[in-house]
Every structure is written in structure tokens, then in C-alpha cells.
Write a protein that binds this ligand. Structure first.
Ligand SMILES: *Cc1c(COP(=O)(O)O)cnc(C)c1O
Length: 454
């Protein structure tokens, strides 16, 4: 294939490509950055710049770029049987094997997978099947989902409704009915005088208050990300999730842990619920399941929910042409094999995460950083105007964007949400690369501070 030059590509992109989560008019003027190659923790752009990708694409490239085995697994499957569906009493071998593998990896009795193409679709699936679960047990009114303001569960109609992003709700008339939200746990933002542990319990109590307000007989499920990613890596105090679990059990509300980011090693455990020590009933997974090499998601259910769906659910009027696509499931299997056999999650937890935490804490010393939070292999730096106090910049997001652009010029990819600089590197990052990350981040913070001083 002949390569077009960068300017031509940018012109064609502006003319014909609508970008997600972008102001397309602004983007067309600036020109998109075109990425061309990846290896390990690095990517290269069309101008030849080498960038340390401290965000693993979009929280997903857990095994790092350039693992040939995944492409080979895809090719083997395409050459053998490129496609067959899971409707009409059929399915394919890698999909069965993946369902069994996921049952082995997932915590507790979460043993059943419904395959989809993305995290958003996994959440749509969960909304429909959970309401169906209650309906077939003569509780059709137990249909309300409670999520959290500023939570992120994807962009389909149900996913964006379950999420609590106001800007997303404004586009397309969301949320759909019977979805409610409570305030998220964000100690740095609203912990006031409480210790993090006290605050975790207080933040969990918001769920109990909401359930009692709505009536437990109306509440089908609570959904939350173990760590809230998109809003800025909000890591709840360790008291939060066990208390949420206790409340869900008390009122027989199903507990949905959205593991789309946390799943497959992000926290150093296989799943975020294991990091925080609670047992969900249901979990959507995607992203790290294939390390982003090919699209795949799953809605995973525990024995209780699956039993009802299987024995009383009748025909499940739900599914996609590509539910359990053999090429995607074959790639997922190969990804999970590598993660397991090479001990990548284990090594992230025992060797890399502690070192990353140490260097991240050093970044927390910078005068621009109000809080350096981290859990395993995911973290954030909260940029603040007044270091000793827990306050935010008046115009949220400007300083974060500035720092992100400076970091990019310094060869480092960090994402910015509001004024949080987000970290989520490939799990295979090594100590030398952590040092490189630290140096580039510190330099970028210095340059951002200097720019603000002007
Ligand atoms: C990315 C994400 C989703 C949506 O997944 P897509 O594959 O983008 O549809 C859902 N939940 C969480 C927590 C996510 O981070």
C-alpha cells in the first residue's frame, strides 16, 4: 500500500471522518495526529515522533503493542472459520473456550458470559437482561438502575444513561426512564473534614438513602466502576465497596461492577472487585480482554442470575450478529494466555506497581500537584492552583489540556480530564520506562507551571 503524506491524510480526515469525543470543527483546523506503529509501550506518529504511551491507547493495550501472536491467532481463525454466529443452536470453538476461561478467571460464581462487541453493548445487555431477570420472577416494577453522577458506562443509549455525564445526557435526550444517579466517592473533591475511611462509608450511604427513597421493591441494580476512570481516576477509599456490597445484599439489589477498565490486570489484580475486596453479581468487561487488538466485550453473570435467565428467561430477544465472533474470541484467548503464562498481571502487582507508586508519589511533590492518586497500574495527578488546599482551578480543564499538550511535545502520552492527568500504561512497562515516564512528566509539569506563571 502506498502511504499518503501527513498533510494529505489530515485533509482527507477533516473532509470525511467524524471523530468521537471531539469538537470536529476545532479538530479540522488543528489537524489530527496520525499514529502509524506501536511496539511495547511506545507508539510512533506519521511525522516519526516516538511517544511513550502512558495511557495504553484508551486504557486497553494491557500486553503492550506489537505482539505478533495475536495477529497470528486471528489469521489462523480467519483461515479456518472466519465467521459463524451463536444464534440458531450454533456456536464456535474459541467462543466456548473463552466463556470457560472467563469463568475460571472471574471472581466467585460469576461463571456465565454473553458476548458483545464493546463495553457499551455489554452495559446495554445488562440493562435489558437484568430487567428481564426481575420481570420473569414477577417483579416487573423492580426495574430501576442506580448509577453515579460522572460515572462512565459507554455511549450507547443505555450505556450513556447509566453513566452520569451531563454533557452526554444533553445530546440525544438521555437518560432513559428509570435510571437514577447518586454522587460519586471523590474524597479530594468533597471529603471535607472526614478521613478517607469515614468518607468512604458516608459516600456509600448515599446508595442506601437512594434505595429507601425509591423503595427497594423498585431498585433492580446498582452499577459502578470500581475505580471511576473517565471522570479522572477517582479511587474510592477501601471502606466504600464493601459497604456498597452490604447495602446491595440488604435490599436484594444486584451489584454490577463495571470492569471495562479495571478488568484483566489494571489494578494489579485480575479484577477491580478483587482489589477492593467485594463480590459483584454481574460485570461488563471489554478493553483489556483483547488488549485492544480487536473489539470484544462481554456481560458476565453469576450463577443466580444466569440460572433464572436460562431456566425461566425463555427466548432471550437480544444479541448481535457478531456476538461471540470467532476471530475476536480467538484473539482474546491468545491475549489471556499471554497475560497468564508470562505472569504479566502478577509481575505488575508485585514488581512494577510498587515502583510506579513510588515515582508517582514523587510527582505528587510538584507544586502544581494537589493529589497523586494511584491503584496498581492506574492513577491520576490532580493539578491545583493552591497546593496546600484542596481546591480546583476556576476554569476547569484548561490547565489539564495545556499540560497534556506539553507532555505530548515531550514525547509522553497522558490523558487529561478536567485538570487531572491520567495514567494507565501497558502492564508490561519496565522500571527504566517508569523512570522515563517520571522524567517526562516532571519536565511537563515544570513547563506547565512556567506557562501559567507568564
Ligand atoms: C470504555 C468504557 C466503557 C465503554 O466501552 P466501549 O468499548 O468504549 O463501548 C464502559 N465502561 C467503562 C468503565 C469504560 O471505561
Amino acid at each position: 500500500m502506498e502511504h499518503l503524506d501527513t498533510k494529505t491524510l489530515q485533509k482527507l480526515d477533516a473532509a470525511h471522518h467524524l471523530h468521537p469525543f471531539n469538537d470536529n470543527a476545532v479538530l479540522a483546523k488543528k489537524g489530527t495526529r496520525i499514529l502509524t506503529r506501536g511496539e511495547g509501550c511506545y507508539v510512533w506518529d506519521a511525522d516519526g515522533n516516538k511517544l511513550l504511551d502512558a495511557f495504553a491507547g484508551l486504557w486497553c493495550v494491557n500486553i503492550g503493542y506489537g505482539r505478533k501472536e495475536l495477529g497470528e491467532a486471528a489469521k489462523r481463525q480467519m483461515d479456518t472459520l472466519a465467521y459463524y454466529n451463536s444464534f440458531f443452536q450454533c456456536t464456535v470453538e474459541p467462543t466456548i473456550e473463552l466463556a470457560a476461561k472467563l469463568a475460571e478467571l472471574a471472581p466467585g460464581d460469576i461463571n456465565h458470559s454473553f458476548f458483545v462487541n464493546s463495553g457499551s453493548e455489554a452495559n446495554d445487555t445488562i440493562l435489558r437482561l437484568v430487567r428481564h431477570f426481575w420481570a420473569v420472577q414477577d417483579q416487573p416494577r423492580k426495574n430501576i438502575f442506580i448509577g453515579r453522577h460522572n460515572g462512565y458506562h459507554g455511549t450507547t443509549v443505555a450505556g450513556a444513561s447509566l453513566g452520569g455525564m451531563k454533557g452526554m445526557h444533553r445530546q440525544g435526550g438521555l437518560p432513559i426512564p428509570d435510571i437514577h444517579h447518586i454522587e460519586p466517592p471523590f474524597w479530594f473533591g468533597d471529603g471535607d473534614e472526614l478521613s478517607p475511611d469515614e468518607y468512604g462509608l458516608a459516600a456509600a450511604k448515599r446508595l442506601e438513602d437512594k434505595i429507601l427513597e425509591l423503595g427497594p421493591e423498585r431498585v433492580a441494580a446498582f452499577i459502578g466502576e470500581p475505580i471511576m476512570g473517565a471522570i479522572g481516576v477517582y479511587i474510592p477509599p477501601m471502606t466504600y465497596w464493601p459497604e456498597i456490597e452490604r447495602i446491595c445484599r440488604k435490599y436484594d439489589v444486584l451489584l454490577v461492577a463495571d470492569e471495562v477498565i479495571c478488568g484483566f490486570g489494571r489494578t494489579g489484580e485480575w479484577f477491580g472487585s478483587q482489589y477492593f475486596g467485594f463480590q459483584p453479581d454481574i460485570m461488563p468487561v471489554a478493553k483489556g480482554i483483547t488488549s485492544g487488538y480487536i473489539p470484544l466485550g462481554a456481560a458476565m453473570f453469576n450463577d443466580r442470575v444466569a440460572k433464572v435467565l436460562k431456566e425461566q428467561g425463555g427466548e432471550l430477544a437480544h444479541g448481535a450478529t457478531y456476538s461471540g465472533h470467532p476471530v475476536c474470541t480467538a484473539v482474546a484467548l491468545e491475549n489471556l494466555r499471554i497475560l497468564q503464562e508470562e505472569g504479566i498481571v502478577e509481575r505488575a502487582r508485585t514488581e512494577i506497581a510498587p515502583y510506579l507508586a513510588q515515582r508517582w508519589a514523587e510527582l505528587g511533590e510538584h507544586r502544581l500537584v494537589g493529589e497523586a492518586r494511584i491503584a496498581g497500574m492506574v492513577g491520576a495527578l490532580e493539578l491545583v492552583p493552591d497546593k496546600p488546599r484542596r481546591t480546583f482551578f476556576e476554569e476547569r480543564g484548561k490547565v489539564g489540556a495545556l499540560c497534556r499538550d506539553i507532555a505530548l511535545r515531550n514525547g509522553l502520552i497522558l490523558r487529561a480530564t478536567n485538570d487531572s492527568m491520567l495514567l494507565s500504561p501497558p502492564l508490561v512497562i519496565d522500571r527504566a520506562q517508569v523512570d522515563e515516564l517520571f522524567e517526562k512528566a516532571w519536565k511537563s509539569l515544570d513547563e506547565t507551571a512556567a506557562e501559567l506563571g507568564k
